[in-house]
Write a protein that binds this ligand. Structure first.
Ligand code: PMP
Length: 441
């Protein structure tokens, strides 16, 4: 069969550390709105959106028109040695919405490369290779981005070009802090950061890198006040705050940027994923003094090419015209409400996140320990019932839910019904502590 043949060819020619979802992996052939068609001939409601990338959904006329307009010019790529009108216009626009004072923008082709750029700039600016990140963080697959990642499943090696210390995330249940109320937890976190800076890092620290809501970790939000408290500690020591908005950007959490939930403004902001509607685009927007601090020349050959930038401009037009951040907030609230009413299964530990960046955590009903096998089975069952969701979490026990921001109320209700049916109907056979599978990032 053509499909099993494709899986065999994938296994033969691609490395085994590129994980696939599902026991019978899926090839997506086409899509429209929030529905994709698989090579298995079935239609699926897509609540994963290519890992939070396809924020407008599929087959969007405005996106096709922007791409075709650029292709018709006959030149897709010229390199940054030439002026690129689409890039300059997009940079102006991202500078405007960044919330950062007098910012400068640099474009890359991926989130990892954007994180790498922010780390390069911060370490150069502060003349220090000491960086602080959060436990459970995911920041990408390149050398520097990998070394700040605080999730062992994605931490392939410990040979880091940076010195990295990991501060506490928003997950207060682990590490002996369970039971503290929010205010006490925030105080403890800030004191811990102070102590870390004073004792276990060199005199200067370059930056702290933070996802305002941790995506790969399973939509783990920071505790209210936590980022504000961290930012206060950083400011005292002139340490830069970098927001990794690769998953949280462009309205997904119900605000344009995830940092806006926290009453802080970062010095540098890293973006990627949704802005390009599937065309590879990432970048950094940040304080002019930091962004201009590189003494040598630097470029990204493909970064900000005309095609990706034209599509990104059309994407942002659509986000603004339809006020997708507000829509995401409403649809996220509806999904939560629907799930609260329907998800009565005792294996559901927590439903969390903000806007349309959400996760459902599965636990063993009696011990409340993470149950990765159940999450995996629920994901399979959702597929069987016609819904695509992701899998992840620090303990691989979360369904990750990140539909296109254009999702409608009937689609949200339909998805909630499927998730509830899948959760309730799943009988986990055998040892449910079997080796966890990785989420796709
Ligand atoms: N930062 C965050 C928060 C991410 O979620 C990801 C990817 N999931 C990255 C960085 C890396 O982006 P990319 O895969 O485009 O390199």
């Amino acid at each position: 069969m053509a499909h099993s043949d494709l899986l065999g060819r994938h296994r033969a020619v691609l490395p085994p550390w590129v994980p696939l979802f599902y026991e019978d992996p899926l090839e997506i052939e086409s899509g429209s709105g929030r529905t994709v068609r698989g090579a298995d001939g079935r239609d699926y409601l897509d609540f994963y959106a290519g890992v939070a990338v396809n924020i407008l959904g599929y087959d969007v006329p405005e996106i096709r028109e922007a791409a075709e307009r650029t292709l018709r010019k006959g030149v897709v790529h010229s390199s940054t040695f030439y002026l690129i009108r689409e890039q300059i216009e997009l940079a102006e626009r991202i500078a405007d919405v960044s919330g950062i004072d007098d910012p400068v923008v640099f474009f890359t082709t991926s989130g990892s490369e954007a994180v790498e750029t922010a780390l390069l700039l911060a370490t150069q600016y502060r003349q220090s290779r000491q960086v602080i990140a959060l436990r459970y963080a995911y920041h990408g697959r390149s050398f520097g981005a990998l070394s700040v990642t605080g999730d062992r499943a994605w931490q392939s090696q410990g040979l880091s070009p940076l010195r990295v210390a990991h501060a506490r995330s928003g997950d207060k249940r682990n590490g002996g802090m369970a039971g503290l109320d929010d205010a006490a937890y925030v105080r403890a976190c800030a004191q811990d950061l102070q102590e870390m800076i004073a004792t276990s890092t060199p005199e200067r620290t370059a930056a702290m890198l933070v996802e305002p809501i941790q995506g790969v970790a399973g939509a783990v939000p920071l505790v209210p006040g936590q980022l504000r408290a961290y930012a206060d500690v950083l400011r005292e020591q002139d340490i830069l705050l970098i927001a990794d908005e690769v998953q949280t950007g462009w309205g997904r959490t119900g605000r344009y940027w995830g940092y806006q939930w926290h009453g802080v403004t970062p010095d540098l902001l890293v973006f990627a994923k949704g802005v390009g509607s599937g065309f590879p685009l990432g970048g950094v927007v940040g304080r002019r003094d930091v962004m201009t601090s590189l003494p040598g020349a630097s470029l990204s050959t493909f970064g900000g090419n005309a095609l990706s930038c034209a599509v990104a401009a059309a994407t942002l037009d659509y986000v603004d015209k339809h006020d997708l951040p507000t829509h995401a907030l409403r649809m996220g609230a509806l999904l939560r409400e629907e799930l609260a009413g329907k998800l009565t299964d005792p294996s559901v530990g927590e439903v969390r996140g903000a806007g349309l960046l959400m996760a459902i955590e599965y636990v063993h009903p009696l011990t409340r320990e993470p149950d990765a096998a159940r999450a995996r089975h629920v994901q399979e069952e959702c597929r069987r019932l016609g819904l695509l969701v992701g899998l992840g979490g620090a303990f691989r026990n979360c369904l990750r839910i990140m539909p296109p921001l254009t999702v409608t109320a009937p689609e949200v209700r339909q998805a909630a019904g499927i998730i509830a049916a899948a959760s309730g109907s799943v009988q986990v056979r055998g040892d449910s502590s079997a080796a966890p599978s990785k989420s796709l990032d």
